[in-house]
Ligand binder design. Structure first.
Ligand SMILES: O=c1[nH]cnc2c1ncn2[C@@H]1O[C@H](CO)[C@@H](O)[C@H]1O
Length: 346
């Protein structure tokens, strides 16, 4: 390679590209690229979806969080048969692998399919087919976190869990709750049942619903990881608790700006969270809907003032907080350290 002067930006870009990464907070359905969305909308005649790329771009400008969820649920309507789920999953896996992600836990909006009459086995057969193929083709491991919208009530959670326990494959690692944030208290028994069945408790909490939602997630749902959790920074006692217990938080900076959870990226609490000793990992949430991907989130984190050592710490935290096997974790942590050391020598 001929030598050209490298700007700090090019340095960071290369570091981020080379850094081995895991994704712990990305929604499968929210990872649908606009061309796939248009194809599926055409295939199934879903008129509520715009018919051009330009239209989709505008559609993805969210007024607020409920509006984002409304658009999300409409786009999900384009997924109908097993082939749709397999095709989406194959595309998502290839995109993750291309960013040096070798392990990912994906949220699956299972209830959003059940409520439209799409049976759980159609969803699971499609995504499992693609998961096995992606492992062969790209060496990437995918795991699933089926979830339900909390604001639809506990019965929807019960139906979702029943479907997981009946039709879910062993690659389901956890159970989650998302959508517009409501109290987590009504889901206490539901999550107890999920945990008794061997599923990890992985709720969204404190994305925009306040620190109380995180306290409920810990006390009542026995959350093992917190989806988002940025509102923890409004409660110093909670920050101390999360730090002392080493509870991992999946943080998704660009998402928080696009859904209106925070106003400006410059105000994002990620640097403060990391420096407060919280176990924070970096994630992309719904990448094409927010015009981002995981690599970009690392560049955004750098823009917020995190240096390469801190970016590597975020990557390490993701590995540690994942449900990858211990040998896999050790190997990935060693690779992260090697990439950091190489970068610091150059
Ligand atoms: O950023 C997010 N916060 C909360 N829920 C989300 C987000 N992105 C996607 N979903 C998903 O929206 C569905 C609504 O029924 C849920 O499945 C939830 O996981």
């Amino acid at each position: 390679m001929h030598s050209s002067p490298t700007s700090p930006t090019a340095d960071i870009d290369r570091f981020v590209r080379d850094l081995p990464k895991v994704e712990l907070h990305v929604h499968l359905e929210g990872s649908m690229e606009p061309p796939i969305l248009l194809d599926l909308a055409k295939k199934h005649g879903v008129d509520a979806v715009p018919s051009s790329l330009e239209g989709v771009r505008e559609w993805y400008e969210f007024r607020d969080f409920p509006h984002f969820i409304e658009v999300y649920l409409t786009s999900v309507e384009t997924l109908r048969d097993e082939a749709d789920f397999a095709m989406l999953t194959s595309d998502v896996a290839a995109r993750l692998a291309a960013q040096r992600v070798s392990y990912a836990e994906l949220h699956v909006s299972l209830y959003a399919h059940l409520m439209r009459g799409v049976p759980a086995h159609v969803v699971f057969d499609g995504i499992e087919h693609a998961r096995r193929e992606a492992e062969q083709t790209h060496g990437i491991q995918l795991r699933w976190i089926p979830d339900f919208p909390g604001d639809y009530g506990v019965e929807t959670g019960e139906q979702t869990l029943d479907a997981v326990l009946k039709d879910g494959p062993p690659s389901v690692v956890g159970f989650g709750v998302g959508s517009v944030e409501v109290s987590r208290a009504p889901f206490t028994d539901l999550f107890a049942r999920a945990r008794a069945a061997g599923l990890h408790s992985l709720p969204h909490a404190g994305e925009n619903g306040g620190p109380e939602r995180i306290v409920e997630a810990l006390d009542l749902l026995h959350a093992e990881r917190i989806g988002h959790g940025i509102d923890s920074m409004d409660d110093p006692a909670l920050v101390e608790r999360l730090r002392d217990a080493g509870v991992p938080l999946d943080v998704c900076p660009t998402s928080n700006v696009c859904t209106g959870a925070i106003e400006r990226i410059e105000d994002h609490p990620l640097p403060r969270m990391l420096r407060a000793g919280l176990s924070v990992s970096l994630n992309s949430d719904d990448p094409p809907m927010f015009g981002t991907d995981l690599g970009n989130e690392y560049r955004v984190a750098h823009g917020l003032g995190l240096d390469v050592t801190e970016l590597a710490a975020l990557a390490r935290n993701g590995v540690t907080a994942s449900y990858l096997d211990e040998a896999g974790k050790r190997a990935l942590l060693a690779e992260i350290d090697a990439v950091l050391a190489r970068h610091q020598e150059s």
